[in-house]
Design a protein around this ligand. Structure first.
Ligand code: ZN
Ligand code: MN
Length: 137
């Protein structure tokens, strides 16, 4: 029975991840999952998130300043972190460009590179628009 409960929790966590574009932290996932599973602990949520990432059913994005973020979208894609608000956005680059980065890297590596991840930094449109509005006041 215990296993069934845990797999139901994990399924709920996975479903929440697939439904959001926010790339949430474990804390944010915990706050949502607690609505359906009031007794669940943050540790259990964190463990399940890491398990999903290990199984390849979620992405774990480690950010230098804000801890780990999680993503239900698992096809290869890049991310942009907004330096101002901390939000993480998907960056849509075509697969050909991502593949050419692997090829370029392979030319400089004795061994075989098969994949890579990238995290870009900048300011998101929302934050830029807010700044423009504030400057006009
Ligand atoms: Zn922003
Ligand atoms: Mn993503």
């Amino acid at each position: 029975m215990a296993n069934l409960k845990y797999s139901r929790q994990r399924a709920a966590i996975k479903e929440y991840l697939s439904d959001t574009l926010e790339h949430p932290t474990a804390d944010t996932v915990y706050l949502h999952i607690r609505e359906a599973f009031p007794n669940i602990s943050l540790g259990t949520v964190y463990r399940n998130l890491n398990l999903l990432a290990d199984m390849g059913e979620a992405l774990k994005i480690s950010t230098p300043e804000g801890g780990d973020r999680f993503d239900g979208r698992i096809d290869p894609h890049y991310h942009v972190v907004c330096r101002n608000c901390g939000k993480i956005y998907d960056l849509e680059l075509d697969e050909q460009h991502m593949q050419s980065v692997n090829e370029l890297a392979n030319q400089h590596f004795e061994g075989t590179i098969t994949s890579h991840t990238a995290l870009f930094y900048g300011t998101c449109r929302e934050c830029e628009d807010t700044k423009i509005t504030q400057n006009n006041d």
